[in-house]
Write a protein that binds this ligand. Sequence first.
Ligand code: FE
Ligand code: FE
Ligand code: MG
Length: 171
Amino acid sequence: MARRGNSIIKGLDINDIITRLNKAYADEWLAYYQYFIEAKVVKGIMKDAAIAELDQHAADELRHANMVADRILQLGGTPLLNPKDWFTHTNCGYEEPKDFDVVSILEDSIKGEQCAISIYSELADFTRNKDIVTYDIVSQILADEVEHEEDLQALHDDITDFITDIKKKTN
Ligand code: FE
Ligand code: FE
Ligand code: MG
């Protein structure tokens, strides 16, 4: 890796950056699939609003996987080649939907976003002033993950408020 693009990285082991990015890469694929399948199986009140949000987030996670894979390749690494490796490298794991109710699906996804926010925040701290290009990419992804958490939490709160209102009216 004698490229000029990699010579500007200061004080970090490139293999260490690649290892961390591959862990984030595994997270993104698992997050993508989690949203994909949640949008298919979700049931209950206001589920159409939830499906729109879950589908949009699935597309974002796949875009993140692309961004991370491209950066791993630029650094001279190889993105994980086998989906089996996603489970051994992931930071945030995979929350299999067990209860398909919209509120529980949203709660599973919020947990995932909170983990993603912690991981990208750590990656930003790790690369700040040392690997500017990776820093820029992880900062963009971090901003998306913060937006994801907010969108899901707002929808979750709207739905639970609505359910509370209905219960009050029927009592
Ligand atoms: Fe993501
Ligand atoms: Fe996300
Ligand atoms: Mg959204």
